[in-house]
Design a protein around this ligand. Structure first.
Ligand code: S6P
Ligand code: ZN
Length: 188
């Protein structure tokens, strides 16, 4: 057959089609990322913080292929810190990524490889974010509704979560008098 239908669609802002992988990250899975331990312990461990729908058209580790994911970060805070994703470097450090914001308000938080510089890009519907290789990335929801964005990354990039779980980002994003603000991390 010469003309075929695509196997994936955006149905509104939701990914639909064949073989979509879905995962949920709950507060209980994210103990090492939030700065305010007391506020974290007072919240329900089963509260969903974000969900990811991904399509893996080729095997993980394939050189030359691409993966697609859509992340939905729920609104809320742990203490003053906005709900956010775990964050990672790519295992192959030079692999870049593109994010496209679909709905909501947030920040893409970025950190260089030697952890000396953390900065953020504002996310709003339609904003496009090129994430250079060698750069750790996570997203935070700074609004009152779901933040969703699409992501495309090389299928051999891999994910290094350990470096972030051990050292965090050098700055955290907090609500300071209603304004998302990057401040130095206080927890060791
Ligand atoms: C994958 C891409 C995103 C994240 C997702 C969840 O390279 O950056 O699809 O996986 O936003 O974040 P995390 O840090 O838990 O993987
Ligand atoms: Zn990534």
């Amino acid at each position: 057959m010469d003309i075929v239908l695509p196997s994936l669609y955006f149905n509104g802002n939701k990914l639909s089609g064949e073989a979509i992988d879905r995962l949920s990250r709950r507060l209980g899975d994210l103990g090492d990322i939030f700065n305010d331990r007391e506020a974290y312990d007072a919240m329900p461990a089963d509260q969903v913080i974000y969900e990811v729908e991904s399509a893996f058209p080729v095997a993980d580790g394939t050189e030359g292929g691409l993966f697609l994911g859509v992340t939905y970060v729920h609104p809320g805070k742990v203490g003053d810190e906005y709900f956010m994703t775990k964050g990672h470097f790519h295992k192959i450090r030079n692999r870049a990524e593109i994010y496209i914001c679909m709905e909501g308000e947030g920040m893409l938080i970025l950190m260089n490889e030697d952890h000396t510089h953390t900065w953020a890009e504002k996310m709003s519907p339609g904003s496009v974010h090129y994430i250079n290789g060698h750069t750790a990335h996570r997203t935070a929801n700074t609004g009152n509704s779901i933040l969703s964005f699409g992501a495309v990354w090389p299928s051999d990039a891999g994910h290094d979560y350990e470096t972030i779980s051990e050292n965090g980002f050098s700055k955290i994003l907090v609500d300071m008098n209603g304004m998302p603000t990057l401040v130095n991390r206080t927890r060791p």
